[in-house]
Design a protein around this ligand. Structure first.
Ligand code: PMV
Length: 321
C-alpha cells in the first residue's frame, strides 16, 4: 500500500497567455489531494473509491495509469485507489493536476519505480496533455510536482528547474521563493472546464490580432508582477493582478460572478483581485492585508472561501511502499 499526496495551486499571474509563450507565476497552496493505492488480486481489475475504473469518469486516472505503465515498461492493473481531496474540482485550483501527480507518485512507488520531481512533472504533464486533447502548458503539473512557487518563461533564467518542449513551444520552469503572504480564494462554484476555455482562447487568438495583443498585455502584467514580487511591493503586485483580470475579461474567460467577486474583494480592501486558472467559472484570488475581512465580504455573496498560505510542499509519498 502506498499513500501519495500533491498540493493544489493558484496561478498568481499569466494564465492563458502562458500557453502562447508569455510568462506565468504559480504557487502551490496548502490544500492537498491524497491517493491511496493498494494492489488487488491478479485479474480482479482496478477500482476507484469502490467503483470500477471508467474512462468517462476517471479520465486523468486512466491516462495516469497508461503513462506510468509506459514509464516503467510494464502494465499496471489490479489496483484499488482511494482518493480524498480538499481541493474543489473544476475550480481553477489544480485539482486535476494534483490528482494526476499524486496518482503517478503512488503507482510508481507501488511498482518500486519512484521517480524524481522532474520526472514526475514530465509524466504528469504528459497525462494532462492527453486529457486536455493536446493543449495547455506545463504550469499546473510542474507547480504541483515541485511545490513552493514556479516561474514559467520562454527564456531560461536563474534557478532553472527543467525545460519542456511541445511542438513550437518551449517552457522553462524555474524555482521561485513563494511570497510570504496569504491570499483569499473565492470559488464561484460554477464549474469551469479548462479544455473549453483553452480552446476558446485558441480560436480567438488564431483569428484576431486584437486577441494576440491582449495576450501580450497579460504577459506585461506578469512581468510587472515578477518585479513587484522581487521588491516585495504588494500594492504594485495587486495592481498587476487587477490589470491581468481586465485583460482576461477581454479574452472572454471571466464571468459576471468572477467580476463581481473581484469587485467585492477590492471594496473590502484587497490590493488586487483576479480570476485564477482557466476561468469560465471556477475561482478568483485576492491579495489583501486583511484576508479574513475580504473572505467575509466574499462569503456574503455565497462564495466558497479559503484563506491559504502560499508555497506548500510539492508531491510526496507519505506512506509505503
Ligand atoms: O484551470 P486550470 O487550473 O487548469 O488552469 C489552466 C491554466 C491555463 O493557462 C488556462 C492553461 C494552461 O495549460 O496553462
Amino acid at each position: 500500500m502506498v499513500v501519495a499526496s500533491a498540493p493544489g495551486k493558484v496561478i498568481l499571474l499569466g494564465e492563458h497567455a502562458v500557453v502562447y509563450g508569455e510568462p506565468a507565476i504559480a504557487t502551490a497552496i496548502d490544500l492537498r489531494t491524497r491517493v491511496r493505492a493498494t494492489r488487488r488480486a491478479a485479474g480482479s481489475g482496478t477500482i476507484v473509491n469502490g467503483y470500477p475504473l471508467t474512462p468517462a469518469y476517471h479520465t486523468h486516472l486512466v491516462h495516469a495509469l497508461d503513462v506510468a505503465a509506459e514509464a516503467i515498461g510494464a502494465p499496471l492493473a489490479d489496483v484499488a485507489f482511494e482518493t480524498e481531496s480538499r481541493i474543489p474540482s473544476a475550480a481553477g485550483l489544480g485539482s486535476s493536476a494534483a490528482l494526476t501527480t499524486a496518482t503517478l507518485a503512488a503507482v510508481l512507488a507501488l511498482a518500486g519505480a519512484t521517480k524524481d520531481e522532474e520526472h514526475l512533472a514530465r509524466l504528469a504533464y504528459e497525462v494532462e496533455w492527453r486529457a486536455q486533447g493536446g493543449r495547455g502548458s506545463p504550469t499546473d503539473t510542474s507547480t504541483v510536482a515541485h511545490g513552493r512557487a514556479v516561474l514559467v518563461d520562454r527564456d531560461a533564467r536563474e534557478r532553472l528547474l527543467w525545460t519542456v518542449k511541445r511542438g513550437e513551444r518551449t517552457w522553462h520552469l524555474h524555482h521561485l521563493d513563494a511570497p510570504a503572504v496569504s491570499i483569499v480564494i473565492g470559488n464561484t462554484q460554477e464549474r469551469g472546464r479548462t479544455t473549453d476555455q483553452v480552446a476558446k482562447v485558441a480560436k480567438l487568438v488564431a483569428k484576431s490580432g486584437f486577441a494576440k495583443e491582449i495576450v501580450k498585455d497579460v504577459g506585461k502584467s506578469t512581468r510587472d508582477g515578477i518585479d513587484a514580487l522581487r521588491a516585495g511591493d504588494w500594492p504594485r503586485l495587486g495592481r498587476a493582478m487587477d490589470r491581468a483580470h481586465n485583460s482576461l475579461t477581454t479574452l472572454g474567460v471571466s464571468t459576471p460572478r468572477l467580476d463581481q467577486f473581484c469587485e467585492t474583494a477590492r471594496k473590502a480592501g484587497a490590493l488586487g483581485a483576479k480570476l485564477t486558472g482557466s476561468g469560465g467559472g471556477g475561482s478568483m484570488i485576492a491579495l489583501a492585508k486583511d484576508p479574513e475581512r475580504v473572505a467575509a465580504a466574499l462569503a456574503k455573496h455565497r462564495a466558497q472561501t479559503f484563506v491559504v498560505a502560499l508555497g506548500a510542499e510539492g508531491a510526496r509519498v507519505e506512506e509505503g511502499p
